[in-house]
Design a protein around this ligand. Sequence first.
Ligand SMILES: NC(=O)c1ccc[n+]([C@@H]2O[C@H](COP(=O)([O-])OP(=O)(O)OC[C@H]3O[C@@H](n4cnc5c(N)ncnc54)[C@H](OP(=O)(O)O)[C@@H]3O)[C@@H](O)[C@H]2O)c1
Length: 326
Amino acid sequence: MNGIVVTQEPNGPLLSWTTVPDVNFAPDEVLVNVRATAVNRADLMQATGNYPPPPGASPILGLEMAGEIATLGEEVEGWEVGDRVCALLPGGGYAEQVNVPAEMLMKLPDDWSFEMGTAVPEVWLTAYVNLFLEADLQAGEIALIHAGASGVGTAAIQLARAVDAIPYITAGSEIKLGRCRELGAELAINYKTEDFLEKIKEATDGKGVDVILDPVGGTYLDRNIKALNRFGRLVNIGLLGGVKGEINMALLLINRLTIVGSTLRSRPPAEKITITKKFESGFWPLLKDGTLKPIIDTTFPIEKAQDAHLYVADNKNIGKVILKVE
Ligand SMILES: NC(=O)c1ccc[n+]([C@@H]2O[C@H](COP(=O)([O-])OP(=O)(O)OC[C@H]3O[C@@H](n4cnc5c(N)ncnc54)[C@H](OP(=O)(O)O)[C@@H]3O)[C@@H](O)[C@H]2O)c1
């Protein structure tokens, strides 16, 4: 089969669509013909050699896919060859075929494209896990979502609204702020021209927000802590702004704050299955009926994965960048 192979060149990683070994599948897995996958920041890091896949995962890039079941493992029940599905993957999505534990599959609605299907697993499950299972976001609470126009951010805004919480966001351009407002952001802050801490304090009468979903890390840590209300929860999911920060720990104690670090990929398969099933029963129906929408920016053919990675690295996307596999 074909898949994306990464080679390290003097001016950075080079992604080529070429022959790769066929995949095997276990008795409780299905083999899927991949029709679409999507670019995630983790793929960019993995391509540079800085983010190895977890033990046992495919070395091929790709944390999600949508496609059609090609073959069923002998223990698999409840699925048929030809079923249209999507799933979170530990790797291996940038290829013509991938093996997936049957319990990880979500069935695509009939009127959904494969591009819509692959726009869901990684960013919606990340937003879901962190807003609800880690931060316990409640109706009426304010959630500050940094990188609001990112794949994760566009899902998080909608999920917060779906439970009657109030999403505030930060983003780096007026176009991104506008799109986030359309998706439900109550307050949209341009972090390049405004200090998000000042804006949050102003909007909340000095109280601060209840939850922060933060992919930035180091450079935001101090202001994130200062932007939290009493009993506030900061969930860090990324390090776009560096790995080091300094905080006044007195604020942590006095305001009884919680800081959580969280990754989805490194969780064991059983935990990912539980998360998928909880999401499927809680929010998948709202995606199916169109109340919530996967947000797609651009679709590239998988042969142009290199261009898709450069597009994401340049922060051009609002929502997901899809790779179509024909
Ligand atoms: N922990 C997990 O399990 C998990 C899972 C999935 C994703 N993530 C993380 O979540 C983040 C979002 O992922 P994604 O795939 O949705 O990303 P994405 O669509 O590629 O968007 C990321 C956005 O972050 C903003 N950004 C980049 N560098 C920044 C910086 N230094 N300071 C502030 N904003 C910055 C940019 O938007 P602006 O133009 O607004 O600056 C960029 O478009 C990434 O950090 C990713 O690694 C974590």
